[in-house]
Design a protein around this ligand. Structure first.
Ligand code: ATP
Length: 320
């Protein structure tokens, strides 16, 4: 193998740049050439790509987002679009591909490999942490830190005004961010899509908290569990408390990656290159119990990682 391609796809996640840097430098260290593909599969289809060198990835290790940009490409989901991408593979002499993204990006990589035989190794880069085969995805830790930062700030004003705050966080299908940030930030209640909630129980807990002298309460809601605005409205109706709602939105994704995400990204990116060099394909690299491991894409695609129920129960116990 002499030349590999690298792209970032799906939603951006902080630490993707650290991973691109690792892929490029590890590959060059071993004498490979690297083609950077811009805007995910869109650039793959449109030939928006070019060579990268050691300098291309200088000074990006601590930058959020992705210097290769990311996109969602409808054309790559068609046979015609993928045929164009394969023409570009031949034109640019790409012999292996590293895809940094989420489940949809892995599905595309898997289909492309099956159709055209190009070896692909995937790296989990998504803030949601909902990918099987890894304990952590790149960007999750930074997103959790962003949410905890917000909780800390909101708590200051919540205490001063003796208010109830509902904070809506990302997680359409998975509650990992809400659960981790809720435990780290001491939220009174955590609503996640995986576990049904009862608004009366939440209100009872709020009322008993006030009775024992609590000055404020923070309720964390994953967007897939409920709308923060609806929950705020119901709490106001049922308790009469002055309830404010904050939707954190894209604030959660950005910012300089945490050292955890940088280290994870470096290890996963380097492993992806090693696997391509060893002739492997259709695998995702991940971290399990601190070790870097590779899992067949067939065991990853469409299988989200379950939330940690023990952590959920602990968060409940600690917020009584
Ligand atoms: P995130 O978890 O951040 O949303 P993702 O990788 O799951 O990331 P998607 O938008 O689902 O994000 O997928 C990214 C891209 O992967 C799509 O825009 C499309 O180009 C490609 N892709 C997804 N599914 C398929 C498919 N079935 N066939 C071919 N390509 C696909």
């Amino acid at each position: 193998m002499q030349r590999i391609g690298v792209l970032t796809s799906g939603g951006d996640a902080s630490g993707m740049n650290s991973c691109i840097r690792a892929v490029v430098r590890k590959a060059i260290y071993h004498g490979l050439e690297v083609i950077g593909i811009n805007r995910g599969y869109s650039g793959f289809v449109d030939a928006d790509m070019g060579p990268m060198n050691l300098g291309s990835v200088a000074d990006i290790i601590g930058k959020g987002g992705t210097i290769l940009h990311t996109a969602r490409s409808k054309r790559f989901m068609t046979k015609e679009g993928r045929a164009l991408a394969y023409e570009n593979v031949q034109r640019f002499g790409i012999q292996g591909l590293v895809v940094i993204g989420g489940d949809g990006s892995f599905t595309g990589a898997n289909i492309f490999q099956q159709e055209y035989g190009l070896p692909v190794i995937c790296v989990p880069g998504t803030i949601d942490n909902d990918i099987a085969g890894t304990d952590y995805t790149i960007g999750f830790d930074t997103a959790v830190n962003n949410v905890v930062d917000a909780i800390n700030k909101i708590r200051d004003t919540a205490t001063s005004h003796e208010r109830t705050f509902v904070i809506e966080v990302m997680g359409r299908h998975a509650g990992h961010i809400a659960l981790a940030a809720g435990l780290a930030g001491g939220a009174e209640s955590i609503l996640i899509p995986e576990i049904p909630y009862n608004i009366d129980d939440i209100c009872k807990k709020l009322l008993s908290g006030i009775r024992r002298g609590k000055l404020h309460s923070v309720i964390l809601v994953a967007e897939g569990a409920a709308s923060g605005i609806d929950i705020g409205q119901k709490i106001k109706e049922l308790t009469g408390f002055d309830t404010k709602v904050t939707i954190l939105g894209h604030l959660q994704r950005g910012g300089s990656p945490s050292s955890f995400d940088r280290i994870l990204a470096a290890r996963l990116g380097a492993k992806a290159v090693e696997l391509l060099m060893a002739g492997e394909t259709n695998k995702m690299v991940g971290m399990k119990a601190g070790e870097i491991v590779a899992t067949d894409l067939a065991e990853v695609i469409g299988k989200s990682s379950p939330i940690n129920k023990e952590m959920y129960e602990l968060a409940k116990i600690l917020s009584i």
